[in-house]
Design a protein around this ligand. Structure first.
Ligand code: NI
Length: 170
């Protein structure tokens, strides 16, 4: 089921999320399935639970955006345990549509997370996958990519969004 993606301005995007404590439940499986449906419908490569209004530590990722052979990743209660190098690249967010900016991220990360069954997985990622994981894990801490921009750029985007909100176009 495709859910509504919450947009910037909704306080749920800037709240901290709660860890998942019950695994392998129909509710958790449905949330994850719905998040994949929502992400693919929006042609995104990652989605975090707060973006569908759920303050839980759940993210889904598929950097192929649903292409055949793509890998579906589910990261629950994820934690970045190692970071190395750096990369600068363009980033966007389904909750901030129409805005893309260069964001500096670690080139490589090691992430420890649970899957839907509650099994612990350790994932090594680099380049785009690493960027995507960092972006989604930020969401679980109430942090948006705007926070990584210079104050000047951030204010410019905020002003543009405020105009769109006033015009009822957001
Ligand atoms: Ni995002």
């Amino acid at each position: 089921m495709v859910l509504k993606v919450v947009k910037y301005g909704d306080p749920v995007l800037e709240q901290k999320t709660e860890p998942v404590t019950e695994f392998d439940t129909p509710e958790l499986r449905k949330l994850v399935d719905d998040m994949f449906d929502t992400m693919y419908a929006a042609k995104g490569i990652g989605l975090a639970a707060p973006q569908v209004g759920v303050t839980k530590q759940v993210t889904v990722i598929d950097i192929s955006a649903g292409e055949e052979g793509g890998e579906k990743l589910v990261l629950i209660n994820p934690e970045i345990v190692e970071r190395a190098g750096s990369q600068l690249g363009e980033e966007g967010c389904l909750s901030i549509p129409g805005f893309r900016e260069d964001v500096k991220r670690a080139m490589r990360v090691k992430v420890v997370a649970k899957n839907v069954k509650g099994e612990t997985q350790e994932l090594d990622a680099e380049e785009l996958l690493s960027r995507c994981m960092q972006h989604e894990i930020d969401h679980l801490n109430g942090v948006l990519f705007l926070s990584h921009l210079s104050p000047l750029k951030r204010d410019l985007i905020r002003r543009k969004i405020r105009k769109l909100q006033k015009a009822g176009e957001w």
